[in-house]
Design a protein around this ligand. Structure first.
Ligand code: ZN
Length: 527
């Protein structure tokens, strides 16, 4: 046996603290998808939100607690009772209980300044708020993690009070004392010395939750582990308010690949960190950060010249870890399927048996598509159709003759879109027109009308969401637009992608592939 393994548990708060980012908003469906992805990767805990804080969070917990998770434990976040209130009367704690998770993460004030100035109460009451709230939740059978808000600033300002808060949380039954750098201003040396000092007094395991305001969030999380904390909280891609939270992607890679924390994620999960980073960016409708450590598309891209030939000969001399270790690639877009192995793997996942000729054809199509702006990280329905087509498949359901859409500007009213679609199905020709709020809605309505006679199952299918992104990769040739469309038939959900210089064309491609995929994968008969 070599050095003893370091034990770390990862706690993801992408869905709660990460969702505080200004330009970010998730639908409930987005959140469920992220939850399942985090579960597949294998994070020990996934914080789903703050039940009661808004309707979306409450609705999320109603749905998420019914989902089956393989590896992650879903947690709910909330605040201690208010000053002068009884814990059993606290509506906030009530909402937390109603969310129905076994684990709750409760945040409380650990900085004297916040207690006296923001809460305008005494320090004793500040401590009691923490103690009572945790004791109440424990009494209701919940496991409790305690987030000590502004702990590091609090410890500097009044260590006696900050430690009294932790002691109260521990006595009341908290399983983790999570030290938060809520302002994000601490440096690694501060974190290291304060965690070490706290460690001497705490009997239960510590956690760390930091923000990136001083540019040190990942480093601060790692030094905290080095100083003895068990739990690390972070968000995928470092999403979060202001400059963001600690990015759990490099943290996980560093922990497993460099610090010997082999159990921080299940076997094989680190190799999926690039996929995770891109998946969440895509759902968030944000561009993946190309310079993100480990997962960025440039993370292993070397500048041309001597260096590149050196890399080809001795990659170890130029790369801190092999790109494959985190599922990334050297010098190319991370998620592309330029290898036949990944195409075969995907085909198997879809239950397709590709012929030998189909594999190189699919690789070629994928390369071309990705170079022109397609992404298949989420749009797996489009990927499946592409693989089938590469194998000579042509769809038997409908043939498009033409379509057009017309937007009418009306004075004093919202513009109205009207679409006409000419389609052939099973030998008969359908010409249908329909109106809609926007061009995509109008096209959707017209296409449905045209197809629904022959395919009544379209009634169950719905366009759930569509996202448009202008890609900057083609500056000079006119902007290219990428449209992602989510569809559902109430049983399954799927996503398709379309790319064009013309937004209508891109939408149309994603839309027709969306219905095609739905027809190809009918819902199981109702029993
Ligand atoms: Zn935070």
């Amino acid at each position: 046996m070599s050095d003893p393994a370091l034990t770390v548990e990862l706690y993801d708060t992408t869905l709660r603290d990460g969702a505080q980012q200004a330009d970010l908003s998730y639908t409930v469906e987005d959140r469920l998808r992220i939850l399942h992805k985090l579960d597949q990767i294998g994070f020990a805990y996934v914080e789903g939100g703050w039940p009661g804080a808004n309707l979306r969070d409450t609705e999320f917990f109603q749905l998420a607690t019914k989902e089956t998770l393989e590896r992650s434990q879903l947690t709910a976040f909330g605040m201690t009772r208010r000053a002068g209130e009884r814990a059993e009367d606290s509506p906030v704690l009530r909402d937390l209980l109603d969310a129905g998770t076994e684990v709750v993460c409760l945040v409380g004030k650990a900085w004297d300044l916040h207690v006296t100035e923001a809460l305008r109460t005494t320090l004793d009451e500040g401590v009691a708020m923490v103690r009572d709230s945790i004791a109440f939740l424990r009494g209701q059978g919940r496991r409790v993690f305690f987030d000590a808000e502004h702990f590091f600033d609090g410890y500097r300002s009044d260590p006696t009070f900050a430690m009294a808060v932790l002691a109260a949380a521990e006595e009341a039954g908290a399983e983790r004392l999570v030290l938060c750098d809520t302002n994000g201003g601490m440096l690694p040396f501060d974190i290291s010395s304060i965690v070490t000092a706290v460690q001497q007094h705490a009997a239960v395991a510590l956690g760390i939750h930091v923000h990136n305001d001083a540019g040190c969030a990942v480093a601060n999380s790692l030094v905290a582990v080095d100083a003895g904390v068990l739990q690390v909280q972070g968000t995928v891609n470092g999403y979060g308010e202001r400059t963001g939270n600690a990015d759990i992607v490099p943290i996980a890679a560093d922990l497993v690949l460099k610090m010997g924390a082999h159990d921080a994620l299940p076997e094989g999960a680190v190799e999926r960190l690039t996929e995770l980073a891109h998946y969440v960016a895509e759902i968030a409708n944000l561009s993946a950060e190309p310079r993100q450590p480990y997962a960025g598309r440039y993370a292993f891209t070397h500048k041309a010249g001597l260096h590149t030939s050196g890399v080809a000969r001795v990659s170890r001399a130029y790369e801190h870890v092999p790109p494959e270790a985190v599922g990334n690639r050297r010098g190319v877009v991370a998620s592309d399927y330029s290898g036949s192995a990944s195409v075969r793997m995907k085909a198997e996942e879809f239950g397709l048996e590709l012929t030998d000729d189909a594999v190189p054809a699919a690789v070629e199509h994928l390369k071309q598509r990705e170079a022109s702006g397609y992404t298949f990280d989420i749009a797996e329905a489009s990927l499946e159709l592409l693989l089938r087509r590469a194998d000579g498949w042509s769809q038997p359901y409908f043939e498009i003759d033409s379509y057009r859409v017309h937007v009418e500007e009306r004075t004093g009213e919202d513009p109205l879109a009207e679409a006409t679609v000419k389609v052939r199905t099973k030998g008969s020709r359908h010409i249908e027109s329909a109106e809609g709020q926007g061009p995509v809605g109008a096209l959707d309505n017209a296409l449905r009308k045209a197809l629904t006679n022959d395919y009544p199952q379209l009634d169950t299918m719905q366009l759930e969401d569509f996202r448009v992104r202008v890609l900057d990769e083609s500056v000079g040739t006119g902007a290219v637009v990428r449209v992602l469309i989510d569809m559902s038939d109430g049983e399954q959900e799927w996503t398709t992608v379309g790319v064009s210089e013309n937004i209508i064309e891109a939408s149309w491609e994603a839309l027709t592939d969306g219905y095609l995929y739905g027809l190809l994968h009918p819902r199981s008969p109702e029993g």
